[in-house]
Design a protein around this ligand. Structure first.
Ligand code: DLL
Length: 432
């Protein structure tokens, strides 16, 4: 069993001592290996020697997704290419993806963190785990896979896409745990219900994340499948799944603070907020070699509870997310920025940059319709031209966001204009 008592049950003083030691090393590493950080630190007159511990964290510069875009693809890597053994990528705000890199040691620590999360969910080497997050550039599949292997469980690398095959194997193999997005698990539950197969499954736990979900959804999953469902959090830039996960008490997600130092800041003033207040979650990585990040702004809104948990862990807990401080949407587990849609439309002829994304959930699966205003000149053309344009827009948007959307072309000036900030999204899912 992976129950790292030395790290997970440390006193706050011991944890802060360890974090300070690791922070000093991380700052030294980025200062000497990453030009971006050296310049940023020099701009504010800081040298590595000025950072003596976590009490000096506030002196360090923030990092954002845009910094990763501006240094695309490998500009923030702090290890030579010969030491990088894997890359993953997630959506950028426009055009280029955000690329992240891992050394062998980074992958080992990542697996350890996911294994801790699985242990919190009661999963052990005696289990059979279906990993039904997407495999590939997305960190979900390979991240969960690495942790399950580290635990010594039997891993079934299902990925996403073939629910019938997944449910058949779940029954035939006697699968006892699953890792996938919560919305996909609700869909799986529905498929099992429709075929009357729930009594045939051996499932006992699920580790769900990668998208916002409610306590109500967690309970629905538990009731439908007669299992325990756990909330796992992570983001590609910081590592992938396994930055935090809740335990059987479901009173917040334990952050693996020995590797990821959390802070809560006010997203407007960028000032750290007092303990317990809700704001934007920021992480400084403490052990990463490939892509260490100083004060990475996750844009996820939450608060941190530093009191020890009933489970015995002393690791700080973040509460279920209360939304984001930017406009990123997560649709079928894929991160989507409205600005990606806008950039794709601007590249195409025949449309205007006026669009509305309507996100909904049907049969527990997300749907996306995008209404796009057509150019005045184009709209007078015959209907055949419109059909072609619909296909062209659908193709361009799928390329840009990595998701198929239903495209509806609408007449010029039909979408409501906003007096203030343009509104481009109607999200009917009510996830927070
Ligand atoms: O979603 C990593 C992951 C994979 C986490 C599998 C958990 C399970 P990204 O694609 O970079 O990485 O998206 C990160 O997803 O900033 C949150 O907004 C959101 N997110 C991730 N986990 C949760 C969760 C992966 N448990 C972004 N609850 C993050 C709510 C989540 N939101």
């Amino acid at each position: 069993m992976i129950w790292n008592e030395t790290k997970e049950c440390m006193s706050r003083d011991e944890m802060e001592f360890l974090q300070s030691k690791r922070l000093v090393k991380t700052v030294d590493r980025v200062y000497h290996n990453v030009e971006f950080y050296r310049k940023k630190m020099q701009q504010v007159g800081i040298e590595p020697g000025d950072i003596k511990g976590i009490e000096d964290l506030h002196k360090l510069p923030y990092t954002t997704k845009n910094d990763l875009r501006d240094t695309y693809p490998f500009g923030l890597f702090a290890a030579p290419k010969s030491e990088i053994v894997r890359v993953h990528a997630s959506s950028g705000t426009t055009g280029k993806a955000t690329v992240v890199g891992y050394t062998r040691r980074d992958l080992d620590i990542w697996s350890e963190c996911v294994a801790r999360a699985l242990t919190q969910a009661g999963v052990s080497r005696d289990d059979i785990i279906q990993v039904a997050y997407g495999y590939g550039l997305f960190t979900g599949g390979l991240g969960a896979h690495g942790g399950a292997e580290k635990l010594g469980a039997i891993v079934v690398p299902m990925s996403t896409g073939n629910t019938k095959k997944l449910t058949t194997m779940m029954i035939d193999f006697g699968v006892t745990a699953i890792a996938c997005t919560p919305s996909y698990l609700l869909h799986i539950a529905e498929v099992l219900e429709e075929s009357g197969s729930i009594p045939e499954i051996k499932l006992k736990a699920a580790v769900c994340g990668a998208e916002p979900w409610t306590e109500n959804m967690r309970k629905q999953i538990e009731e439908k499948l007669h299992i325990h469902a756990f909330d796992i959090y992570g983001l590609s830039e910081v590592m992938g799944p396994g930055v935090a996960c809740d335990c059987e008490y479901h009173k917040g997600l334990h952050v693996y603070e020995d590797h990821f130092l959390p802070e809560i800041i006010d997203p407007e003033t960028l000032k750290p907020l007092p303990k317990g207040e809700t704001g934007e979650l920021v992480f400084t990585t403490l052990t990463k070699e490939g892509l260490p990040l100083l004060r990475y702004r996750t844009k996820d809104l939450t608060n941190i509870d530093y009191s020890p948990c009933e489970c015995g862990r002393t690791l700080a807990r973040i509460s279920r997310f209360k939304g984001r401080s930017d406009d990123m949407l997560i649709i079928r587990g894929v991160n989507v920025f409205p600005s990606q849609v806008e950039a794709a439309l601007l590249e195409l002829g025949g449309t205007t940059p006026h669009y509305m994304m309507i996100v909904d959930r049907k049969n527990n699966l997300d749907t996306l319709e995008i209404q796009v205003e057509v150019d005045e000149s184009f709209f007078s053309d015959e209907i055949r031209g419109l059909e072609n344009l619909t296909k062209k827009v659908a193709h361009a948007i799928q390329n840009a966001i990595g998701l198929a959307a239903k495209i509806k072309l609408v007449e010029p000036k039909t979408l409501e204009r906003s007096m203030g900030k343009a509104v481009h999204v109607i999200d009917k899912r009510k996830l927070v």
